[in-house]
Design a protein around this ligand. Structure first.
Ligand SMILES: Cc1cc2nc3c(=O)[nH]c(=O)nc-3n(C[C@H](O)[C@H](O)[C@H](O)COP(=O)(O)OP(=O)(O)OC[C@H]3O[C@@H](n4cnc5c(N)ncnc54)[C@H](O)[C@@H]3O)c2cc1C
Length: 377
């Protein structure tokens, strides 16, 4: 067990990190390696179980749509950034490179899936089109649209998120990061020589605060209120079938990730916009949503896939679908590190590394301009 809640709050820190998820812990580790004195605060008394993640390149949407939205060179920069993120995970021993399949969820998606392989390859990410039989064999199940080809990206894979969080926390603490759990930040105040983080039991003055608390930032500081928001995701753990690759479908808004004994299928509100309307509690089961997930698991993995347990969480999405990284405009002591839009595996470790480098060296290499907090000026 790391960081006990009863540990006293220090009065001062060089850097305070709010949030001990993958983003906050990765940033803390990078900063401490560079010699900074770091305190991490998390309101939860213990890490929340996350299960297996599908670690995929880019954003949820098909690559062709990304190019149409932001242009070729910005799309290439975003993809490169995410590939670097997967490489970081692999170097740390946390990415199992199974390769990833993008599957059409309906006949309307078939052309986008096929065309996306050429777009990715053109932008520097190796990708192939696989005919349906090969994709089904790699999956250990079935493609969703009979006969439809799939896109295969060798760089993708699966991450055991709970092992990742535990490893990051352990490594951070071993090099001197103070990790305080059960430590909710309830206010952020600019101060003449830093920033004050207000907690129920006192306040911590930091020279700089890294804000890695996900969607909660909307209520913690006004600047984030119109930039980050939660999106409800539900997960279904199935036994009896273990896919050989990770997979995404429904324009990337449903994912499938293998783990040791089976697999987890996930879907978010964007995949089922007509269902679960009004449900904001991630732990509330909405029967039609659960039924869709069970259908998806059986369609992909066959009848052997037996639903075992369902869970939910809130992912952090942003107003323009891109992460928010770096100093908040006009307030250089507040540094944003959030907003992975359901693609935390690749984006959070890489985004956090950039935030740490930015604070240590005054420059953050390779961060696409469209991901920087100052794009909102
Ligand atoms: C069940 C589950 C499945 C997922 N599946 C995938 C997947 O397949 N692929 C993928 O890429 N990503 C996946 N994710 C990642 C997810 O969508 C998020 O993007 C990711 O967890 C974000 O990491 P983070 O560190 O930015 O924020 P979080 O992990 O949300 O961490 C933020 C931390 O801040 C703390 N906090 C919040 N407010 C305060 C406060 N006021 N004071 C102090 N602390 C505070 C919270 O307690 C939390 O620990 C999954 C996550 C979960 C939980």
């Amino acid at each position: 067990m790391t960081g006990r809640a009863e540990e006293p709050l220090p009065e001062r820190a060089e850097v305070a990190v709010v949030g001990a998820g993958v983003a906050g812990l990765s940033a803390a580790l990078g900063l401490a390696r560079g010699g900074a004195g770091v305190v991490v605060l998390d309101r939860a008394p213990a890490p929340v179980p996350e299960g297996p993640w599908a670690a995929t390149v880019g954003l949820a949407e098909h690559p062709g749509r990304l190019v149409a939205a932001v242009g070729r060179s910005a799309a290439a920069a975003i993809l490169r950034f995410s590939v670097e993120g997967l490489d970081l995970l692999a170097e740390a021993g946390h990415l199992r490179r199974t390769g990833g399949l993008a599957l059409a969820g309906s006949p309307a998606e078939v052309d986008e899936v096929r065309a996306g392989a050429a777009v990715l390859a053109d932008l520097g990410v190796p990708a192939e089109v696989w005919e349906a039989g090969r994709a089904a064999a790699a999956l250990g199940g079935e493609v969703l649209v009979p006969g439809a080809p799939a896109r295969f990206v060798p760089a993708e894979g699966a991450v055991d998120a709970d092992a990742l969080v535990a490893d990051l926390a352990g490594r951070a603490e071993r090099i001197g990061v103070r990790l305080l759990r059960g430590a909710p930040v309830i206010g952020i105040e600019d101060a003449p020589t830093g920033v004050d983080l207000v907690l129920p039991g006192g306040r911590l003055r930091a020279e700089v605060a890294v804000l890695a608390a996900g969607w909660s930032l909307a209520s913690l500081d006004r600047w984030f209120a119109d930039k980050v928001h939660p999106v409800r995701e539900r997960s279904l753990r199935v036994d009896g079938a273990r896919p050989g690759v990770v997979a995404t479908t429904a324009h990337g808004f449903c994912t499938l990730a293998p783990d040791d004994g089976g697999a987890t299928v996930r879907g978010c509100r964007f995949a089922t916009p007509d269902l679960g309307v009004g449900a904001t509690d991630p732990h509330e089961a909405v029967p039609p949503v659960e039924a869709r997930l069970a259908d998806l698991a059986r369609a992909l993995l066959g009848k052997a896939a037996t639903p075992r347990s369902a869970a939910g969480h809130l992912a952090t999405h942003t107003c323009d679908g891109l992460p928010v990284l770096g100093p908040v405009p006009g307030r250089p002591r507040l540094v944003a590190c959030a907003g992975w839009n359901g693609r935390a595996a690749a984006l959070a470790p890489r985004g956090a590394a950039a935030v740490a480098q930015g604070l240590l060296e005054g420059r953050a290499d390779g961060v696409p301009a469209l991901m920087r907090a100052d794009r909102f000026v």
